[in-house]
Design a protein around this ligand. Sequence first.
Ligand code: ARG
Length: 599
Amino acid sequence: WVICEPASDRKDLEVSTAAVAPLLATVATAVSEAIGRVRPEFAGADPVVRRSERADFQSNAALPLAKRSGEAPNRLAAELTGVIADPAVAEVRPSGPGFLNITVTDAALWTQLAARLGDARLGVGCPEHGQRIVIDYSAPNVAKEMHVGHLRTTIIGDGLARVFGFLGAEVVRANHLGDWGTQFGMLIQFIDENPEQPWHADDLGADSAVSALDGLYKAARARFDADPGFADRARARVVALQAGDPATVARWREIVAESEKAFGAIYDRLGVLLTPDDYAGESFYNPMLAETTAELLGKGVAVPSDGAVVVLSEQVTGPDDAPAALMVRKSDGGYGYDSTDLATIRYRIATLRADRLLYVTDSRQSLHFRLIFETARRAGWLTDAITVDHVAYGTILGPDGKPFKTRAGGTVRLMDLLDDAVAAARAVVAEKNPDLPAAELDAIAERAGIGAVKYADLSTSRVKDYMFDPARMTAFNGNTGVYLQYAHARIHSILRKAGEPDHARVDTAAPVEPAERALLLALDDFAAVLADVAATLEPHRLATYLYDLARTFTTFYDTCPVLTAPEPARTNRIALCRLTARTLAHGLDLLGIAAPARL
Ligand code: ARG
């Protein structure tokens, strides 16, 4: 069990203690050793241990192994039964065609609780230690407002960054800002010709400044289409920008900086980890485009085509049976989105030396990334030692079940969406606590509303579409962020009443009640669930776990009195409350959701 190096930017999670192995891991090791003893040829095989409804744990290892050796699975299971030995294991029983039902001792459950309370990592090891993983997420576009389409990438990407960081990976957050392209020539020209129009955060506030830029951008486009003289000046301005004309570049930088203020305001409000250091926008890769193109041509991966340079896919064909293609360089010599992503993947592998690359964008970009990955493989950049994934997600739908638009059919601003959720949370909290002073109500509503939006997103299976429904998201009951924040705060209020909020004593000789057992086993699962999130890139598995944990706690609390219980049950139950609260808080933190001790 390794000691984790703290993820560099999560000082709050810094710990010096080694993680305590969960019971699940102890049982898996015991089964694994038994397999090695009775069938040495299968040593090292997966013991396939899971939580089980019938006993505490179940191992399904005998079935696949017996298949390999051509023997009867129930015979192999019976043989393993007699050999599985660990002080934590109370009973092993073969069942069905070859399953093993494994029960652990009461003492092992209490010992695990005691150990966990002294373990800042809550039994979670560092399976990702030594991995450098680049997570491409958020990536809004300069001079445009962040909209509903940027919510999922920002939240899911951030959740994965937190989970991988906690599991010991070195995470590089890559905010691939759309900060380059011919549209900036047009915008800069328009701004210079209309100096009276305000667009600076100092004059307007960050949020309105980017709205103003967005408006100027639309006006510039209209002028471009209507006024050939302006169109010519705008084109000349693109050339000036690309040639590095100081005044033009200075203006472009200013536009980028003002836009970043607005993005920063959203990131602050959402409580995501992204900082200005994480911007590596499209312009960053601009100096690498020519050499990337030359390399792809030199390797024969890219080919000239009507004055342009393209990569024709060897695997994917388009609707007309022609190969799908990436545009490496346009016939006018310009570069675009495809070119930049090729230079980007090359840089992330060759210079950043990433072991793993994640791209968190909506599923409509899946063809684009398939082609980028295929090309990187053919160019020899991407090898089998490196894992790449397009972490695709579904669409946010409006109340009509169609992709979310404003009533007028426009794009929904991300800020407006957050305001709606906070307003809904405010109504819910005000109803529950009619006497709250306004300032306190505002603070709670903000936390609850933002938490609700994030939780609603992260608790939905990533590939599915979901409906943006502020009232449902902020409901006190049901699988919502507010419910979990409330469940967590309620445990803290129990601990406050117990008068021992830092209590960590456990009597390991006490018998375990069924509801205590269910809760202890649920708590034991935390590490396995995080490993599962990392393996599947599906944060909703953590959300579902936390929801189930909160409900298991409720059943425990309904059946097992805590404060009025006789000793040693009282002591042990307070410890159970304590660990449940910590696990909920830590889990919510990994989803980027606040878990205040009081709501
Ligand atoms: N800026 C793009 C957009 O708003 C997303 C970029 C995603 N990342 C990438 N490496 N292509 O759609």
